[in-house]
Design a protein around this ligand. Structure first.
Ligand code: 4NP
Length: 157
């Protein structure tokens, strides 16, 4: 059975599409395409339909040689039912996801992405949108670490 992962941030143009693209790359490298699938969404609707932010894409090319692909969409209440694991980039995203599940039925599916980090001890992937290049580079490093741990965790489950 396919394990369905959903990465969630605020705008779905910086952090969550990066997580989705890195995760897809690691899944392909591990020959697990078909066993694990990935998508991403934003809690807000500001950027619906837009491609990943060009500063985020530039950081992905510079640090990983990877082109980011995607088109932003907003998180839907049905996503909580449809996905197996929902990964929030920060605590505000986490709360906004849980707000779509008032009865708490899907609560256990929702996790902070940084729970899967092994090289970093931070709890959140910080929003890079209003900052400079260093913030985007840091998002890449943090998400590469978290995605590696997430893949190991999903493989074990
Ligand atoms: P993301 O970054 O949540 O990682 O996609 C942001 C994108 C846009 C905005 C904030 C954060 N914004 O305020 O428009």
């Amino acid at each position: 059975m396919t394990c369905k992962l959903l990465f969630v941030c605020l705008g779905n143009i910086c952090r969550s599409p990066t997580a989705e693209n890195i995760m897809n790359h690691l899944i392909e490298q591990a020959s697990l395409t078909g066993s694990i699938s990935c998508d991403s969404a934003g809690t807000a609707s500001y950027h619906v339909g837009n491609p990943p932010d060009r500063r985020m894409s530039a950081a992905a090319v510079n640090k990983l040689g990877m082109e980011l692909v995607g088109q932003a969409r907003q998180l839907q209440p049905s996503d909580l039912k449809d996905f197996d694991l929902i990964l929030a980039m920060d605590k505000a995203n986490y709360q906004d996801i849980l707000a779509l599940d008032p009865t708490g039925k899907y609560r256990d599916k929702v996790h902070l992405m940084c729970e899967y980090c092994s090289k970093y001890s931070t709890q959140e992937v910080p929003d890079p949108y209003y900052g400079g290049t260093e913030g985007f580079n840091y998002v890449i490093d943090l998400l590469f670490d978290a995605c590696s741990g997430l893949l190991a965790s999903v493989k074990k489950s």
